[in-house]
Design a binder for this molecule. Sequence first.
Ligand code: HEM
Length: 399
Amino acid sequence: MHGNNAETPLWGLLDPGIRPAPYPHHRRLRESGPIHHDPMGAFLLTRHADCAALLRDPRFGHGKLVTARPDGSPQAQVGRPFLFLNPPRHTRLRHLVGKAFAPPAVAMLRPRIERLVAQLLDDAIALGEVDLISTFAYPLPMMMICDLLGVPTEDHGMLQQWSHDLAMAFDPDFDFLQPPDILVQRDRAWSAFAEYFLDLAERRRRRPQADLISQLTAVEEHGDILSQEELLNTCELLLVAGHETTVNLLGNGTLALLRHPDQLDLLRRDPRLAGNAVEELLRYDSPLQFIARTALTDAQFAGRYVLAGELVIALVAAANRDPEVFNDPDRLDLARSPGRHLGFGLGIHSCLGARLARLEGQIALTALASLPGLALAGEPVYRDNPVLRGPASLPVRLR
Ligand code: HEM
């Protein structure tokens, strides 16, 4: 289904057929209009200016299923990580975990990331030809977030499966679109995850260690503590957001470099380009393709009338190639300044882990680029996730 998808439910974005090369499809959507409407009660934004405005607009937030109480006050939102909550609950929870991602805390992680990158690459190089995702791009962010949280190494494999299942239907505002078996799988993963983390939190409460779970169980500011449910939802958010995205930066990023040998060579010759390279790769092939918000009130937006409860989706992967903002947007150019890309979102929900993600990306991609024998050994197969888009497998030769 590569024709005109603007009129189909959710504009063809859920179609696995577009996953290997979605950008011509996104361009057609952008060129056929800044905003599209789907009768299911959703709008799609394709231009940078509109996507940025949506993410900064307090009239749009989360909670399709949240209904007003008879007195007009909003129903308490429970059982959601703070990515899917509105102020003031979002503000409070983001603040409570924010310290762990502040510049000094992240800078301290550099030696650990460098060691892990070197160790994973040494093991992979010994094999010669590998799947880069399962040997490198997945384990690196997974080990980092598990370390940060305080999950023992022997449990990482279990968490990987839960994380995959939770990420398949992460945004509860999209539940109505999900096939029932995906929701059952997610809910099963959630029960196992909750049981595991409650037990781990209890062990850390009794015997704290230098990890985030110990901090979260002890966190108290002005008498404010995390409830058990908030603790679990926060751990779930950090686990899923912490690596289901970074794996795509490493997978999409390496693939883009391998398909543009001149750009790979630029990075190889000048590793100081790493900071810029990561931003350009986030722009060129965004790990998160689209971001959804719900209208919290009836609102005029981008020239349309949006009813309270309707979804508005920012197609950031299209916005990041909007020619109004980026010159020659379909060209990968590690030397450009892609500062305004929306790869980490914008506004109150902008990525809390961006510093960590950037550091992991810079160290990992520079190390990969430094391998003289790095080459594609086959075509990528894409993950089954339309939002968190990236290769599930990427065969490469490392020597
Ligand atoms: C939020 C992208 C890595 C933690 C977000 C958002 C985006 C994003 C686009 C905003 C979503 C929205 O507005 O609905 C990415 C990308 C990453 C990455 C592309 C890797 C390349 C990480 C890492 C962590 C993390 C490593 C933590 C360890 C979070 C959290 C939020 C978030 C906690 C929610 C912020 C809030 O609601 O206030 N991320 N992320 N992310 N990200 Fe990331």
